[in-house]
Design a protein around this ligand. Sequence first.
Ligand code: HEM
Length: 403
Amino acid sequence: MSDARHVNIVSAEFKADPFPLLARLRAREPVYRTALPDKTPVWLLTRYADVNALFKDERFVKNRRVALTPEQLRSLPWVPPMFRPLERNMLDLDTPDHTRLRSLVHKAFTPSLVERMRGRVQTLADELLDRVAARGEMDLIADYALPLPMTIITEILGVPTADRHKFHKWSQAVVSLGSPNPTVRVIPPVWMFIRYLRRFFKVRRRDPRDDLASALIQAEEEGDKLSEDELLAMVFLLLIAGHETTVNLIGSGVLALLEHPSQLNKLRAEPALMKAAVEELLRYTAPVFMTTERYAREDVALHGATIPRGEMTLGVIGSANRDETVFENPDTLDITREPNRHLSFGQGIHFCLGAPLARMEAQIAVGTLLGRTPDLRLKVSPDALRWRPSMIMRGLDALPVLF
Ligand code: HEM
């Protein structure tokens, strides 16, 4: 596996075409040790059964402070104190903290509440396309796939939508990190993000509205349900998870359709296939390409390898979704695939809170786009497209299209 030994899983080059390498890992080295650019060792699990099990395996934890030996804890890189509150986000915590935090927000994301956002998403999709209609071309990411989920999550939370460009700039800095250890480069944007949110909470405390931020602030004021740090971490997580993911589903999903004209034509001819099509785009593109990090709390033996206590493990969702023992012709895009048990939203207690919202946004975004642009096509060759460096996401930098 010499080709894999030095692969930089964060790089744009890896993201451009990771699938042949992942197929080899599934076949020959399903528990594979590599390192992040900052030299942190990381174990990759590439088979469906192993990634699925990782989501539920109690030998792995999210909170690394629980898993690490005292010696490993001492050698952790220094984290600026201002980052500490963000470690209290529910995706980085285990039970019982996770259960308490998740129950505070899950009501805001039930399928029925999400259904009520449907009309707003449709209006927004149409407005975004109206804006570029006369031009006959756009960057599908910046003009459409990004502003749609970004606007919706800011509206749900109640943070000023006009500031969304700022949030995006700040959250990009976080998402493009090549490791869970913050670098000096990321300090200014995260500091500005935190300062912005603390000021916003002050305003909402004085003037509560009918939005999720006000509901969370109320929970914080009631005392033992949510600490101030947890409030900050929750809004930070929701803002980032609410848009840095769906943008990739819409962007990479449209690219996949443009690269498979027969599937695109089938979907145009039968819009009722949209639900199944979005599930297939989720499987095929895996917008969140790796699970977030988990840490072995004891030595874990698997397929002849031993993951030592305290080391980071990632399940490669984009590989599990193409496991030939689970999916027939896994590298084929088939918008009628049934069943389609992809792992794109995870499994277990951290199963994506925003899955119903993301599905609805993508169904409307792709449906509206195809309905309004019968001659949609790429403006550049697929080889010229750049993928964004990131540890866990896989998404395009830009997607220039003509219509
Ligand atoms: C296509 C879009 C999306 C994809 C592919 C996606 C994927 C995922 C995955 C794989 C996880 C689990 C990570 C792990 O266990 O390591 C997750 C968790 C989560 N997602 Fe999403 N997500 C999407 C959209 C959203 C949206 C729109 C929101 C917010 C409104 C959201 C909020 C969250 C939250 C809060 C968690 C953590 C849940 C917990 O810890 O209990 N996601 N997502």
